[in-house]
Design a protein around this ligand. Structure first.
Ligand code: SF4
Ligand code: SF4
Length: 471
């Protein structure tokens, strides 16, 4: 057990005692408007996580990352491996949005939307409270000697935690293999898909260890976003903050010279990372606002105004106005809008069909008695959920050469999600060939009249040599 009077220093961590042993944090329960809205937000986000693989859009789950087939179905848009460049815009748009939000609201992501907080606070700790009781009872159980009741409670908690971890891991897997496939595999022997089985088993154990043992240390010690925070916030960022001027010096309600803080330590007791918000903004603060509700509860009891701990900027605490328009918010909002706009255009340009034309390896052209011939390989991909018919046209830009084609026939049918490589031969009459020229290959997929145009070069020998060797 840690000395509860221990003052934090720059090189100390709340979850580690001075002797290096672990200090287990058992946050007390708290009620209030922020806690209520956090519960609503958590339920909503857990609902999204569970339901997305079940909601069909254009014949596929809303989010289905089919790694085996290299197809990624995201809200009705299907991306093939060739479309992966689009993810750059998506990821950078999301990153700048997060920068923008952090600049305004500090670590609101961590406290309100991060899966680590959501699952720990609103799922695993809920069962812990139900089995082991409130914070005081849990601490008592920690320190109690082994007994039948302790073994039963801890055993039951671990079994439930294991099942919750397995469910979270299997839902995660369903994003990659779809629900029907997951259901089928669950009924088969693990030997038939042992790699996936090992992945899910390992992932289940990681989730289990994280929420059973590692917990808030992930936010305090590992998560890089907490470190970014100090670079992204400034004096105008709204963080969970203690009003130092109003609260200090802390003291008993009846003490005349004391500030509004009655030093009840309730804000520390409810903090999931075990910090004292009265020491100012700290890296460990995940912005969950539990201490805001806790302190408001106390202020109500002692008939003092709420908001001793509240969302406030440093400038606001100094009695100045928070500036919402400032260089970094303008820059981040511009970058965010740019990222979102480009991502929107890029995703809009995604077509349900792909055609790629490449020259066949080996000899670049063939010369026969009557023709010059070039051979290409066409890779056709149907990313749609219905069959598509592909027609291919070759046209010489500004050339009088008469083009003949063979190989891939017009009206080539590809089933949904089918991919096919075929040969496409283009030839021109020998006496009309006047030198290499650009060749446009137009692929039209029906229904939908999706057009894909690609330019290649039609190659041949020096026309003077052809004339010399004309039979
Ligand atoms: S809950 Fe409020 S009154 Fe109590 S110690 Fe924290 S800041 Fe002070
Ligand atoms: S200091 Fe307050 S806002 Fe920060 S993590 Fe602790 S309870 Fe949450």
């Amino acid at each position: 057990m840690r000395n509860p009077q221990k003052k934090p220093t720059l090189d100390s961590v709340t979850s580690i005692n001075d002797d290096g042993s672990r200090f287990v944090i058992h946050p007390s329960d708290v009620k209030g408007s922020f806690t209520l809205w956090r519960k609503v937000s958590a339920l909503f986000l857990i609902g999204i996580y569970v339901l997305l693989p079940w909601i069909p859009i254009n014949g596929y789950p809303a989010v289905f990352l089919d790694v085996m087939e290299r197809r990624f179905h995201i809200f009705g848009i299907t991306l093939a491996a060739q479309d992966m460049w689009l993810l750059f815009f998506l990821v950078s748009g999301v990153a700048f949005t997060l920068f923008y939000i952090t600049t305004f609201l500090g670590r609101v992501w961590c406290g309100w939307a991060c899966p680590q907080t959501i699952f720990l606070e609103h799922l695993f700790r809920r069962f812990e409270r139900w089995i082991e009781g409130d914070a005081a009872a849990r601490k008592k159980l920690d320190n109690a000697p082994i007994s039948g009741s302790k073994v039963f409670k801890r055993g039951l908690k671990l079994v439930i935690y294991f099942f919750l971890s397995a469910i979270i891991a299997h839902i995660f897997l369903s994003y990659f293999i779809s629900i029907p496939q997951l259901w089928e595999w669950l009924h088969n022997s693990p030997k038939e898909h042992w790699k996936t089985f090992l992945f899910v088993a390992a992932f289940t154990m990681i989730i289990f260890l994280n929420f059973t043992w590692f917990r808030e240390q992930l936010c305090i010690v590992i998560c890089p976003y907490g470190r970014f925070q100090s670079a992204l916030i400034d004096d105008d960022t709204l963080n969970v903050a203690y009003d130092y001027e109003r609260g200090n010096p802390p003291g008993h309600v009846k003490e005349e010279k004391a500030g509004d803080c009655i030093d009840c330590r309730r804000c520390i007791q409810v903090c999931p990372t075990g910090i004292d918000i009265r020491n100012g903004l700290q890296l460990e603060c995940i912005g969950c606002a539990a201490c805001v509700d806790a302190c408001d509860e106390i202020m109500d009891k002692v008939n003092r105004p709420r908001g001793l701990v509240r969302y406030a900027s440093d400038r606001n605490l100094e009695g100045l106005k928070t500036r919402f328009l400032r260089p970094r918010t303008i820059l981040y909002s511009a970058l965010m809008l740019l990222g979102i706009t480009v991502a929107g255009f890029a995703f809009n340009s995604v077509k349900p069909a792909v055609a790629m034309v490449t020259r066949m390896p080996g000899v670049p052209f063939y010369v026969t008695d009557s023709h010059i011939r070039n051979q290409f390989q066409i890779r056709l991909i149907n990313k749609d959920s219905k069959e598509l018919s592909f027609s291919i046209f070759a046209q010489a830009n500004g050339q009088s050469a008469i083009i003949e084609t063979s190989g891939t026939p017009d009206g080539t049918i590809l089933q949904a999600m089918e991919e096919r490589n075929s040969t496409y031969v283009v030839q021109v009459a020998r006496d009309s060939f006047t030198g290499a020229f650009p060749l446009e290959i137009l692929v039209i997929a029906e229904p939908g009249h999706v057009q894909i145009l690609q330019e290649v070069e039609f190659l041949g020998p020096d026309p003077r040599l052809l004339k010399k060797n004309t039979p």
